[in-house]
Ligand binder design. Structure first.
Ligand SMILES: C[S@@+](CC[C@H](N)C(=O)[O-])C[C@H]1O[C@@H](n2cnc3c(N)ncnc32)[C@H](O)[C@@H]1O
Length: 294
């Protein structure tokens, strides 16, 4: 395998992106499946959230709340003096969240970004940036800053896909697909526009274009267990088809790339004797603060 391929594959591996360039709501989410499959990965986000004094905030925003599990967790932890709002452009996700979590201080709304009228004093955003091309990530950070109260220092907790700590299976699976080369042949796009910041340094650079000051930025590995290979393939394919760099491909190419990727992943990550298989990825965790307006 030549160097160029490994490098390209690594970039893909680290940059799980993809609001369709465009309109995130065009990806149709199966909220129930997403909720079930990601249940195991919630403790990481919950622990991070619990480190914030949620009870002290009057209003909390969960941007791209999906099925609402983490939004509801914040509402429970913060208590009734705090209003918690989850917003998401996906009708399916919001319908699921509304049906599943009913708490006095919890509201779910179907929309993409906060309206300027609303102000929040804590903003949380988990696993949404992979769906945004780079410029939209900058735009989202700016919109979040506008939606933050002006008179206070507003904390932001952002969790997004990242380079894995363990140079391993996930990256090698991408490398084995040779997806980037095929993609480059197909489209002479400027790839950077579609990539998520995939490491600490590039996120810090991106944040400099916005009012957020990064306090802490780390990478943690994440594992999700699937009952069998088919479940892993089905779930991961539907999840990843929205990542920006994949979403921009023509439908046929997108399907082919995902199929190759999954086959390569399974070849490298053998299922356990009971047929279960682990999906390994990593999260970039960003703790930032909006600079105080004087
Ligand atoms: C992978 S899910 C994550 C859901 C939830 N935050 C969680 O971690 O469980 C990604 C969510 O981002 C939403 N999304 C995509 N683009 C968005 C945007 N521009 N603004 C807000 N949400 C967006 C999708 O509709 C989807 O529900």
């Amino acid at each position: 395998m030549n160097l160029k391929v490994v490098y390209g594959a690594l970039i893909i591996g680290f940059s799980l992106c993809g609001m369709d360039k465009q309109n995130p709501s065009t990806q149709s989410w199966d909220a129930k499946k997403f909720y079930k499959a990601t249940k195991q990965s919630l403790p990481l986000a919950k622990a991070l959230l619990d480190a914030y004094p949620l009870k002290l905030y009057h209003s909390i925003l969960d941007l791209g709340c999906g099925p609402g599990s983490l939004t509801a967790h914040m509402a429970k932890k913060a208590g009734n003096q705090t209003s918690v709002t989850g917003i998401d452009p996906s009708k399916n996700m919001i319908a699921f969240a509304k049906g599943y979590y009913q708490l006095l201080n919890l509201t779910f709304k179907c929309k993409a970004l906060p309206q300027s009228k609303n102000k929040w004093d804590f903003i949380f955003c988990c696993n949404v940036f992979p769906y945004l091309p780079r410029q939209q990530q900058v735009d989202a950070l700016n919109v979040m800053a506008q939606a933050a109260v002006q008179s206070k220092t507003v904390p932001l907790l952002l969790i997004t896909a990242a380079k894995t700590n363990e140079p391993g299976i996930f990256d090698r699976a991408y490398a084995a697909t040779l997806g980037l080369e095929r993609w480059q042949k197909l489209r002479s796009v400027k790839l950077d526009e579609y990539y998520c910041p995939h490491d600490v340094d590039s996120f810090i650079e991106l944040a400099k274009e916005t009012p957020w000051k990064v306090n802490r930025c780390t990478i943690e590995d994440e594992y999700i267990q699937f009952k069998n290979v088919n479940r892993l393939k089905k779930f991961v394919c539907s999840w990843m088809s929205g990542f920006a760099f994949i979403a921009q491909l023509p439908k046929r190419e997108r399907k082919l790339l995902l199929k190759d990727l999954m086959n390569a992943y399974v070849a490298l990550q053998a299922p356990a004797p009971d047929g279960s298989i682990e999906w390994r990825s990593a999260r970039l965790i960003v703790h930032a603060e909006k600079q105080k307006v004087h």
